[in-house]
Design a protein around this ligand. Structure first.
Ligand code: HEM
Length: 397
């Protein structure tokens, strides 16, 4: 007879020792256990191993999320210091070594001098100034390589040691593929600034930042699925609001990158009015109209404002709903934290705008966007509960 799965919570709230005690008492006294072919003596060991595997994999994925968030901040600093084009080549392994001698620095500097950015923006820059921007871009790329190693080495290790649950394998490979794609997108973005223009394309910057957000969110989603969640599943309304908040935050990150890529935060530096009105004119001056949403700094900034208002409203509705509909205290608490985060983020956005993008505030605005996204993802995952246990045995506590 095929082995049947027995959920310790389904029949009664049994702890693992209690399950073993049942084994000691014999199956006959518990008809629902007849046909169970796994050895209940080993049940505790199986559960313990599954738990420790989940703790390990979860901790590793949290580490990856932290590295991705750090990468986003360093990437933001690289952009805000106009450092992104300082390294004109891309070599996976050799690129890790920075120029080591005066002559090497001069070669790297000479290559940079060929770029339109140097001729039109940085003409006459000193070697020391060049080194400053070089180090930012180098650090950004180095961190990318560190993330690659920090992902691949433990992945192989856990895989070989049998610590990865079968259903996670494809998901983790997908994460790996997204990471590789992100490296390629980064270089595709840098290339757009090497000829004809003094900045990278805002489209490519937006794709790069949004893909970073997707990687971050997906890694966190998997990690939170491996955690133990104390609250019961929430009701349908909260279930609908949670993914909506995640998607709108992602959309807002894309829109924010367009604002950043077009330097649209350096114009129209008033709030709540923009160009003298709450709903400014001239939003659709470019032809065809869709272009305005990607290439007209005024429209792009205005759309970023509108999405922000929509997001604040959405998170507010979620908070109010979680108070009346949630059957769990932690669901309610998360609703409140999300509200606090979105309000802080909106204030940071306004400050960044009216003070004309000071680097510290702009970075805080970018980092908080990821904190908000991360929290929204964690909230969504918690509403759905953990991944089902591989063994089919769940033991309270
Ligand atoms: C409330 C949700 C918001 C989120 C999630 C958000 C997210 C973002 C993100 C991810 C960026 C890109 C940063 C970068 O690549 O450097 C950005 C840029 C920007 N955001 Fe927001 N934002 C929000 C609200 C606002 C508000 C309310 C304003 C102002 C009214 C604002 C103004 C700006 C400005 C000026 C930039 C460009 C900064 C730069 O050039 O570095 N944001 N935003």
């Amino acid at each position: 007879m095929a082995a049947r799965r027995f959920d310790a919570r389904a029949g009664a709230a049994l702890s693992a020792p209690a399950v073993c005690a049942i084994a000691g008492a014999g199956f006959d006294t518990f008809p629902e256990l007849s046909g169970l072919t796994i050895s209940l003596d080993s049940t505790q060991a199986v559960i313990d191993r599954e738990r420790s595997n989940r703790t390990l994999v979860r901790g590793w994925l949290y580490g990856i999320c932290a590295l991705v968030a750090a990468m986003v901040v360093v990437g933001g600093a690289t952009r805000l210091t106009d450092s992104g084009l300082s390294i004109t080549e891309w070599e996976l392994l050799i690129g890790i070594v920075p120029p080591l001698s005066e002559a090497d620095w001069q070669i790297a500097f000479d290559k940079y001098k060929q770029l339109p950015e140097y001729r039109l923006v940085n003409e006459g820059m000193s070697l020391a100034q060049f080194q400053f921007i070089y180090w930012w871009e180098w650090a950004h790329r180095l961190l990318g390589r560190i993330i690659g190693v920090a992902f691949i080495v433990p992945l192989v290790w856990f895989w070989v040691a049998g610590r990865i649950e079968p259903k996670l394998k494809l998901r983790l490979l997908l994460l790996l593929a997204m990471g590789a794609l992100q490296g390629a997108v980064g270089w595709w973005m840098v290339r757009s600034g090497l000829v004809d223009r003094v900045d990278v394309s805002q489209y490519r910057l937006a794709v790069h930042l949004t893909l970073a957000a997707v990687i971050f969110a997906y890694a966190l989603w998997i990690a939170r699925g491996l955690a133990v969640h104390s609250d019961e599943r929430a009701d349908r309304v909260l279930h609908g609001l949670a993914p909506t908040m995640v998607v709108v935050t992602g959309l807002q990150i894309f829109a924010g990158a367009l604002v950043a890529g077009l330097d649209a935060g350096l114009a129209f530096n008033t709030w709540p009015r923009m160009d003298g009105a709450l709903w400014p004119d001239g939003l659709l001056v470019q032809e065809p109209a869709w272009r305005n949403f990607f290439e007209n700094p005024k429209t792009v900034q205005f759309v970023h404002r509108l999405i922000a208002y929509g997001l604040v409203l959405l998170v507010l509705v979620n908070w109010v709903s979680s108070r009346s509909r949630s059957n769990g205290e932690t669901h309610r608490r998360r609703g409140l934290v999300l509200l606090a985060l979105v309000l802080v983020q909106a204030v940071l956005g306004v400050v960044t705008l009216i003070w004309q993008v000071p680097i510290g505030w702009a970075l805080a605005h970018q980092a908080t966007a990821f904190a908000l996204l991360g929290f929204a993802v964690a909230h969504w995952r918690a509403l759905r509960g953990s991944y089902p246990a591989v063994t089919g045995l769940r033991v309270a506590g």
